[in-house]
Design a protein around this ligand. Sequence first.
Ligand code: AHR
Length: 843
Amino acid sequence: MRTAIIVLLSAFALLRGTAAYAQEESIFVYSPNERSGLHVAMEDSTGWHHLGQLCSSDYGTWGAEKRMYHPMLKRASDGSWRLVFQVNDYSPLFAAAYSRDLVTWRPQDYPIVSAKQCLQPVIVQDDGDEFTIFFKDKQGATYAVGATNDFRHFSRTHAYTAPESVWHYGRSEQEVDGKHHQGQCFSISHDEAERLRRHFQALAVDGRLSSERMHDDAKTLTALPSSLKATLTVEAGSAKTISDKLIGIFFEDISYAADGGLYAELVQNRDFEYSSKDRGEWNATTAWHSTTPIEIATEHPLHPNNPHYALLGADTLWNEGWDGIVVEKGKKYDFSMYVLAGGQKQDFDVMLIGGNGSVLAKSRLKTRAKDWQQYTTVLIATGSDDKARLAIAPRKAAHVGVDMISLFPQETFMNRKNGLRKDLAQTIADLKPKFVRFPGGCMSHGQGLENIYHWNHTIGQLQERKPDFNIWHYHQTRGLGFYEFFQFCEDIGAEPLPVLAAGVPCQNSANNKDGIGGQQGGIPMEEMPAYIDELCHLIDWANADPATNEWARRRAEAGHPAPFNLKYLGIGNEDIISTVFEERYEIICKALNERHPEIKLCGTVGPFHTPSADYIEGWDYTRRHPDYQYMTDEHYYESTGWFMHHRNYYDQYPRTLSTGVASPKVYLGEWAASTNVKRPNIETALAEALYLTDIERNGDIVEMTSYAPMLCKDGHSNWNPDMIYFSNTSIRTTPAYEVQRLFSVNSGDRYIKTLLTLENADLQHRVGASLVSDSKTGKRFLKLVNALPCRLDITVKGLQLPSTVQCEQLSGAVDDQKAHAELITTDNPTLLPPYCIRVIALQ
Ligand code: AHR
């Protein structure tokens, strides 16, 4: 520690805080305000000028957190950089980051300290190559924590009275473009300065390109002729094998996708488990009504995982459903309810009541339950209403417990009990997805450690399942659980791709009661073996023999003795690739690979594409471990301009690693193009279709893709754009859906080299083509995309096209949100109208 202080003090002697570099230039590093992250300015003869943002705080939840206070940057003796900053004034942790060149930053770590707060952290390099971080608490007590040279491992906190000078480490005030800021000055070499300049120039160019909009074409592409010529050259003998699972679906319970959505249950809060954890104003009686206050009890519950139930007196109990209950004349509805009545006889009239008070269906339920017992009846509708309510009327004054009150249409997808809404599931099935990723998204890793999705809480009898709050601010019954997900996959012929947490919750988690947010330190290491067992149990549950395996026995008891044949398992969802994450991720993957080498593991590389810190660190990790990393999950939501200008994104991915081993594959697990309109339209569809022609070309390295999110219920949106919007009575597929369907239904497992060149090379990014073949059927599918406001007249070389073809085509005005693909017959297959996607199936 003493040597650290000496080094610190001698560093103060240097006016600009660092050693001299040949041909030096000066930089000023500062944070304009707590929400803006760390910025850099450069000096010229006229003063300091802003260059760009180096990094920003990734700590905690959006809104309340993601702040950076008192950043302190330290140049280490080897020229690399360390950064610490305070994240707020109440959490017992600080932020630590590392960079070799100020351009690429390793994902941030948030070491937890044993002090109440962690204010104004500063770094001192010890005389070895390690570091000490000093900080204060609100009382002014000072502490020290040691850090390894790689800034990934931090020692215990010690109370330490550091000299006052530690807190004045050469900060200065500078005027940057007319505004005064506190920060630090450094001298860097001319080459380093050039690199910084080039980095920000490249970002600016990318930003300009990414802002290109088809919506602006009428203003920006005025000089175009009515038709442009292009040449499509097909190298018939050049087929390469590509993934036959390129298009799948992403299912997350977001925007009421599950309860109130795909899951066909018509009763809301059937379990009386709604609470303020789900949403501030909710409680066990939410969605239920009665003329007198509804009594809720917890003594002797139906199951400990469902502790609340209602006590019925003389009054009728009403349920409002999910924005009402849709009742259709002639249809049958399965009603069920658990009753606890101490053996007394109690009859109920169960009714569906229309908005005008008319009785649409009625049945008598006779009960005499000693202990909890389930009673069922079928309601047959004699009328229709979109906003009916369920009424349960005791025939005489009662004092009975009721729970798990359920109403399902008998018609569900494939008529499964506890099944899925038929029309919605069919709309998804029509996509012919090759796989289904579930249960999310952020919902998989959850809001805080307590909310990590545990697959084994979602199987078994409905009352045994553990309901939980949803990270998207509502309640999950878990009625749509792992059994139902796997069954759906089987029903639609898709591979199941469960994605579960890597032992850390969502990095955007709010602070817990100890003031620790983000990944919250992860599942404690001593609990990780149990968590790993839980993941292994999933594989057993899905694949093992019920005769010999306890978990498989549960699958069989639920109605599926045959294995589900699970092949893929995702670990982690766009996590920040912190040290906390990596430590857990590594032991999970090693153990899974050892115990289940047959399972293809999928990792994660954070929420953004290159050059984000998590992407770089995540891919670095993935490529260092091809032995157990089959593929990794990339996520990016981008502008239409970005997609049009990154057409070669995957062309540059190495297929073989430097060790000669094949590279792990890509799973583009969440992606969508969007504009400021935040709804899929022809413009976003064209950008996605162009990109998918590139993905097909790169189908040897890209294994899977899934557009996200998939479902959004009207009035309950957490996210836009989505692929399918729905209400209780309608389903609106979007142009994004059409693109996914066109590419999925017309997919292959061979890519035939196809080059589409436009006479106007500046607009090359606006056209795309790909040709794939299906080795099983021998069919070939030619996809042509014209994202230009004029016709595209294509001359084809190397491929014989019939003079007349029947094909599917999606086209329209760029802002059109309602367009659907049409089956057309054309005797000009390669003359494309403006803004058009055409798919031609060839024998
Ligand atoms: O798709 C919506 C959300 O986007 C997912 O939950 C999350 O993984 C991503 O940030």
